[in-house]
Ligand binder design. Sequence first.
Ligand SMILES: [Zn+2]
Length: 332
Amino acid sequence: MSEHSHSTTAADAASAPGNAPTGHPIPRSRRGLTAALAAALPLGLAACGSAATAEDAGDKPVVLTTFTVLADIADNVAGEHLEVESITKAGAEIHGYEPTPGDIRKAAKADLVLDNGLNLEQWFSQFVDEVDVPHTVVSEGVDELSITENAYAGKPNPHAWMSPLNVQIYAENMARAFADLDPDHAEDFAANAKDYSEQLQTVQDDLVDDLSTLPKSQRALVTCEGAFSYLARDAGLREKYIWPVNAESQATPGQITSAIEFVEDNDVPAVFCESTVSQAPMDRVVEATEAEFGGTLYVDSLSEADGPVPTYLDLIRHDAQVIAEALTGSES
Ligand SMILES: [Zn+2]
């Protein structure tokens, strides 16, 4: 974790747009990893990976995803027909993850790999470049939003899964990819995706409904990281964040002042922060304004099974409810 949380200042980042252009720094040891890959793969295995798995008759095809959120969505679409795994574990930092040789062996043995795309997993491109396994980018077709600040300006915001409407597209993309992988169960995959999409639609409709009592000026989502652009867009909220992307300089005095001014100008009743970052900068916004701290939001990872958000539907329902309740001051 050390080299991607290096303390690049906002000024550094702004003056060096080539540095970590998406906010998801490139692992230092690309060469080292390629060497590890070569060591991990017996000669010729990459070329005949799918033939090897086809011989394991009776075994379910293995779908490998980059992080826990995708794994859970994929599991819902796959039903009982496929074995779904995640490379990163619950609670892991996903933006700057560095794959291990074990991860690469796992990828080489998978029948399909799924990644988010939108530059979330720069580390993952090494898998798909080097390992001969079918690959699907699940955000394909999402109406993408760009980051608007600092060195990241113009780069896609990777957090598309934070809108339930986008995840309907993810589920359709997965159903199609699974049908190619396992044509016998294509109808089940399509039906599972449809079921899941209906549950996502309910989360979306409830959120919009809950927020409808709020005066227009107060329909604003103020968070630590700019991870909620898609949710805000699709729920009719304006978005304000302290810093655009994790893993750069976080919460400069100017950024905090800007958030304080936004909260005051718009009479925003509550502000939020994410589970994976320090809440301290948002506490300063709360101290300086009338806003209260509305709660902790989950974005980049599910919790363990006994935690608050063990599935994606739990995660998005949790966030939607916390946001609606804090902004409207009512239990939904
Ligand atoms: Zn993130």
